[in-house]
Design a protein around this ligand. Structure first.
Ligand code: AP5
Ligand code: ZN
Length: 216
């Protein structure tokens, strides 16, 4: 299955992507994770992406599209994938359609995770990310984070630079201006399904899997 997860910052895309990709046995491709790995490795791509990420702005389309094209060309993505955080603009969506058409395929479904701004702010202000395995935790919702250590791999937990309050406001503005139009874009293609992404993580996963089953 070829699936896209779309939703505002903090909607739970990364959290749900992990479970859904495992359930579907497809690779999870997260542009945010790829950019963060490049920032940590101080690669030229990372150095370019960092100034946009730190400001809560989107990395330019051309840079992002080239990166995803390279990743999709890898053999494990040809039979299916779950894209987390891409596309995020209409030009990115148009490029993705073209890339897939060139590969002789197309998207099956775009799943929109729906949450309001207050919940986004609550989730991002308490988010902690593991330096070891990249898993996200939450100070309020995951009591095991109190010791600052990842419950899965023992890695150190840190707060993402772009989770500071003023940067979160910019990310929400970028989402409203540039990403929200994708809802109309994919609705017009008959590929959009929205789910309520509030409530316990397992309930959201169940709602997502129910939708995916109905498209099988
Ligand atoms: P990216 O990493 O994609 O950030 P984002 O879209 O803002 O999404 P987040 O990672 O913040 O949130 P999420 O929806 O994955 O939520 P999570 O599961 O962590 O991108 C970062 C930056 O990279 C962008 O700003 C941009 O600069 C650049 N970039 C990336 N892709 C790009 C593109 N295509 N084009 C241009 N630039 C791009 O959950 C959040 C928190 O809530 C966690 O603490 C989690 O534990 C908790 N949580 C999750 N679900 C629940 C629940 N049901 N109940 C309670 N808590 C929950
Ligand atoms: Zn870890």
């Amino acid at each position: 299955m070829r699936l896209v997860l779309v939703g505002p910052p903090g909607a739970g895309k990364g959290t749900q992507a992990e479970f859904i990709a495992a359930q579907l046995s497809v690779p999870k491709i997260s542009t945010g994770d790829i950019f963060r790995a490049n920032v940590a490795g101080e690669t030229p791509l990372g150095l370019e992406a960092k100034r946009y990420m730190d400001a809560g702005e989107l990395v330019p389309d051309e840079v992002t599209i080239n990166m995803v094209a390279g990743r999709l060309a890898e053999s494990d993505a040809t039979d299916g994938f779950l894209l987390d955080g891409f596309p995020r603009t209409v030009p990115q969506a148009q490029s993705l359609d073209k890339l897939l058409a060139d590969m002789g395929t197309q998207l099956d479904l775009v799943l929109e995770l729906v949450v309001d701004d207050d919940e986004v702010i609550r989730r991002l202000s308490g988010r902690r990310t593991c330096r070891g395995c990249g898993k996200t935790w939450h100070l309020e919702f995951d009591p095991t984070t109190v010791d600052g250590v990842c419950d899965r791999c023992g890695g150190e937990l840190y707060q993402r630079d772009d989770d500071k309050a003023e940067t979160v406001q910019n990310r929400l503005r970028e989402y409203a201006d540039k990403t929200a139009p994708l809802v109309g874009f994919y609705s017009a293609q008959g590929k959009l399904a929205g789910i309520d992404a509030t409530g316990p993580v397992e309930d959201v996963t169940q709602r997502a899997l129910d939708v995916l089953r109905s498209y099988d």
